[in-house]
Design a protein around this ligand. Structure first.
Ligand SMILES: *Cc1c(COP(=O)(O)O)cnc(C)c1O
Length: 214
């Protein structure tokens, strides 16, 4: 458990939150992080998220960080704390509908595609503004910020540029749509391999998995 303690000590000098990514890890393994005092966990699959939510202590904040299919929103709408991966208006509308059923307002991030790889999900730059306008009209969703993933590459300049792009989109959305809203405050970027760079470039939330368990 020294890994998580070291990372948390490092992040404590900043205002960045650690989301411990626990996908594919067993409950006893995750409980070690819990017993070390950690409470914010992220999963990328709905079924795994639901199982872990049901079997683990109820003071955990569960984040959904991976691609979310509309027909699965209903399984997590009662408890999910933050959905990092909203990438279409149809998905946002479904989250809104399911949140309303549970009389909740669900916190979300809009996922933006900046990586060069085709495989990464997310909104394109030119879709972002319209998306924000549409989502702002939904009463049971609160947009808390932006999420993105850099290209998986050893080219640090490229990764840095992509983080800078995310930060500049965050700033312009904040300026144009949420100027007086303190709620719009999160920039989720950075994983095991690139979180230090992400923090330097303005990340408020890093999603770290493999490094915690190595
Ligand atoms: C798995 C995953 C992470 C964590 O990746 P690591 O390299 O294990 O730190 C972060 N974000 C998303 C969306 C993921 O699926």
């Amino acid at each position: 458990m020294n890994k998580i303690k070291n990372i948390k000590t490092e992040l404590a000098k900043t205002t960045t939150t650690l989301v411990a990514v626990t996908k594919t890890r067993s409950i006893p393994t995750i409980m070690k992080l819990y017993d070390a005092g950690h409470r914010i966990f992220g999963e990328n699959r709905v079924q795994e998220l639901v199982t872990k939510f049901e079997e683990m202590p109820k003071d955990i904040e569960w984040h959904l960080i991976g691609h979310l299919q509309k027909n699965k929103v209903k399984y997590i709408a009662s408890f999910v704390k933050l959905i990092h991966s909203v990438d279409s208006i149809e998905l946002a509308e479904m989250i809104n509908k399911q949140a309303a059923k549970h009389e909740r307002v669900i916190d979300t991030l809009l996922q933006l595609k900046v990586a060069a790889e085709d495989s990464k999900f997310g909104l394109k730059n030119e879709e972002l503004n319209e998306m924000v306008v549409q989502v702002k009209s939904l009463d049971h969703i609160r947009v808390r910020g932006i999420m993105g993933m850099a290209t998986f590459t050893t080219d640090q300049d490229q990764v840095k540029q992509e983080f800078q792009q995310l930060k500049s989109h965050f700033d312009s959305i904040k300026e144009n749509h949420f100027k007086d809203k303190d709620d719009f405050s999160e920039l989720s970027m950075g994983m095991s391999g690139d979180y230090k760079l992400a923090v330097k470039e303005g990340s408020t939330m890093v999603r770290i998995g493999s490094l915690l368990f190595s």
